[in-house]
Design a protein around this ligand. Structure first.
Ligand code: OAD
Length: 251
């Protein structure tokens, strides 16, 4: 990691009035959850169209549920890593001037202690009724083929699949957080999936905090991403190491 970039990041954090963080799969990699784009178009042995599209669900809902049951079991077995823990500590420091926007569905940010979490792509821990739209937490004794307690309709995972819109209220809150902040941290994302990746240029072109016109952006990633050309500071290495180092430098 470049030490002058690290020092610049510390200075930006010290003067930040409102921080927004955008995270992706890389922040959970050190917990043992695989990222998406490291491999060969297959996702844990499945074609993405089979398990992450509405068409795939219509074709074979049981296959889709089995896939998400397995992902949920895996997420339950792993622990938040020092990167998640450092982000929770940052929120404690900045309190309601801190927003965490995540593309992850694993719930590890909440388990680490973050409270203001905007889940852009849904959650492994919720179901949604395909008939009445009711969204409910998934209980421990969730059946393998679940139906809605309210209307008896088939349930699906409350996950945003390819070709689907993001939940409007969550995305509005995320846009607001991107506009509101004067510092955005972009952590462990390839920044290729929209509209999530569009929050980075949004933050850079508009900021209400600190009476400045644009937010600064710090990227933390194991390797440069498609956002790297547009960030002010790039810290390249594992987020589970860099985030705790930043936190320690603040104290
Ligand atoms: P990707 O798999 O596209 O990217 C993961 C990023 O994390 C890459 O840029 C890696 O370099 C980086 N990375 C890996 N290990 C890291 C570590 N230890 N520390 C820091 N960075 C690390 O995942 P996302 O960007 O999250 O959407 O993908 C975005 C969306 O694409 C996902 O939410 C998912 C997928 O399609 C939906 O399911 C709707």
């Amino acid at each position: 990691m470049d030490l002058s970039q690290f020092q610049q990041a510390v200075e930006l954090l010290r003067s930040a009035q409102h921080i927004s963080v955008l995270t992706g799969a890389g922040v959970s990699a050190e917990s043992g959850i695989p990222t998406f784009r490291a491999s060969d178009g297959l996702w844990e042995g499945h074609a993405i169209e089979e398990v992450a599209t509405p068409q795939g669900y219509r074709r074979n809902p049981q296959l889709v549920w089995d896939f998400y049951h397995a992902r949920r079991e895996k997420a339950a077995q792993v622990q938040p890593n020092p990167g998640h823990v450092a982000l929770a500590a940052l929120e404690q420091h900045w309190a309601d001037r801190f927003d965490l926007i995540t593309q992850n569905v694993d719930g590890l940010h909440q388990r680490a202690g973050n409270l203001r979490v905007h889940e852009l792509h849904g959650s492994l821990w919720r179901s949604r009724c395909t008939e009445c739209g009711d969204i409910a937490a998934i209980p421990a004794d969730f059946p393998r083929t679940p139906t809605c307690k309210l209307c008896g309709g088939a349930l699906r995972p409350d996950i945003v699949w390819f070709g689907e819109m993001l939940p409007g209220d969550v995305f509005r809150d995320a846009e607001f957080a991107a506009v509101e902040c004067d510092l955005m941290l972009v952590v462990g994302t390839s920044a290729v999936v929209y509209p999530a990746a569009g929050l980075i240029p949004l933050a850079k072109t508009s900021s209400r905090a600190n009476n400045v016109v644009a937010a600064h952006v710090i990227e933390i990633n194991i390797t440069p991403s498609s956002a790297s050309d547009h960030v002010d500071v790039g810290l390249y290495g594992p987020s589970g190491e860099i985030l705790p180092q930043l936190l320690a430098a603040l104290n």
